[in-house]
Design a protein around this ligand. Structure first.
Ligand SMILES: [Cu+2]
Length: 137
């Protein structure tokens, strides 16, 4: 019986390993709306952000409207770059988009990710649920 349980555990580990990084770049250059805000709708699902490369202009307000796809798996979005005026960590919902507002104050490339992880499995970020915010002049 122990061997049977071990076999099941090994199978789970192998299938988890099979869900490797599947990262396809989806780039969006934010447009500045009439109200002066760079508004970017985003979708967060298993295990990706769409878009996952978001290009915005420095010193112009940004609004990310991030919605989670349907499903029980929780997701968040986190970007910690307080030196560039960007610092958020938000749990996401499928019923309404989370509105994340900030104004980037420095040019650079800043990574964001979902920080969730289920038990000993790979983190959502390691499975591909990450991206970058590119702040350009
Ligand atoms: Cu996630």
């Amino acid at each position: 019986m122990r061997a049977g349980i071990l076999a099941v555990v090994m199978l789970l580990l192998c299938s988890a390993a099979a869900f490797g990084e599947q990262f396809a770049e989806k780039r969006v250059v934010a447009a500045i709306a009439a109200d002066g805000v760079q508004r970017v709708p985003m979708t967060a699902g298993g295990y990706y952000f769409d878009p996952n490369v978001v290009v915005v202009k420095v010193n112009v307000p940004v609004e990310l409207d991030v919605r989670k796809t349907e499903g029980l798996v929780p997701h968040n979005i986190e970007l910690k770059a307080p030196e560039a005026g960007i610092d958020f960590s938000e749990e996401l919902s499928s019923s309404e988009a989370k509105v994340i507002k900030f104004t980037p104050t420095r040019v650079g490339t800043f990574p964001f990710a979902c920080t969730h992880r289920f038990m000993f499995f790979k983190s959502h970020s390691d499975r591909g649920m990450h991206g970058v915010l590119e702040v350009v002049p």
